[in-house]
Design a protein around this ligand. Sequence first.
Ligand code: NAP
Ligand code: ZN
Ligand code: ZN
Length: 350
Amino acid sequence: MIATKAYAVQDATSPLGPWSFERREVGPHDVQIEILYCGVCHSDIHQVRNEWGNSMYPMVPGHEIVGRITKIGDHVTRFKVGDLAGIGCFVDSCRECTPCKDGEEQYCVTGGASTYNGMEMDRKTPTYGGYSTQIVADEKYTLKVSDKLPLEGVAPLLCAGITTYSPLRHWKVGKGHKVAVLGLGGLGHMAVKLAAAMGAEVTMLSTSPSKEADARRLGAHHFALITNTDRMKGLRSQFDFIINTISAPHDYSTYLNLLNLDGVMICLGVPPEPSVVPAFNLIMGRRSIAGSLIGGIRETQEMLDYCAAHNITSDVEVIDIKDINTAYERMLKGDVKYRFVIDIASLKKS
Ligand code: NAP
Ligand code: ZN
Ligand code: ZN
């Protein structure tokens, strides 16, 4: 077994603190990755605090992982020792259901094996995430990472990047489309960058007046404050798509009115409480509400390659592991520009 240092929570109300555990030995199809950086996703906060009601403790969060391969199993063919590698939101799946066969493993009918707060496919071994010094995973669920881009800015692509890239591709968003992005945090800033790179006209909808200049720098063509009711009225029936990344409970119906005929609101955020949607807000304009979950391994690799080719990374604030609890508090206030990323060297030293 491989001794691993980590930060974990022991229950839904305690802060994160140092913890150690053992990873499995490297199997024939596995790679061992020395973790260099791990992004901090709002899903980490939801799960640490059991806001989705499915948390298992102790929990080591973290599913935006980049690092370097230190060991490979005998049958590994895609990686060698010394390669850069990434792990996203899941580390295995059943490999037999239709979504798995179609390369949409994130929709595995068994639920697959989440990178943390889940079980391996043996359904006995808990999974632990990237707030840790190393990880062992099957090479099939491991991504290749280019050395062209700064690694700390690549880590958030493994969740925030693919979660926004996948729906943009699925709905074929591009030139001629008007896209609104709701919420300028980790997902929101990647949605702005990617939608703009794909040619859409992007409007940032935010609760934070202080983020306007950044939104424009990230690629948004327009900016509107959600709290400015006159401005919001002026945006009625304007958008083909709304990418909704809001993490807190909110009323979907307010935003549905901003959709054009046949417009789609794509929900990415997972607030702890549901929103009630009046039928009128959908039938007026034949609008739809849809959802999208991260992305499959093939598409995640495509996204990483796209970002390397287009020089796209996340805007990050690199932190020491000891500052993780403060980082959570700041994220809850919308005070992150635009992703916290843990420098795992600080965990090794601690
Ligand atoms: P984040 O960095 O904390 O950003 C969320 C943003 O939402 C905030 O910066 C804020 O932006 C806005 N916001 C917060 N409270 C709001 C409120 N009450 N009303 C309106 N806007 C509000 O979070 P994230 O990491 O991007 O994650 C966003 C959500 O996506 C989370 O619920 C997370 O669990 C979920 N998620 C889903 C998937 C998936 O596969 N679907 C994957 C990853 C994450 P402004 O300051 O601009 O208003
Ligand atoms: Zn995430
Ligand atoms: Zn499956």
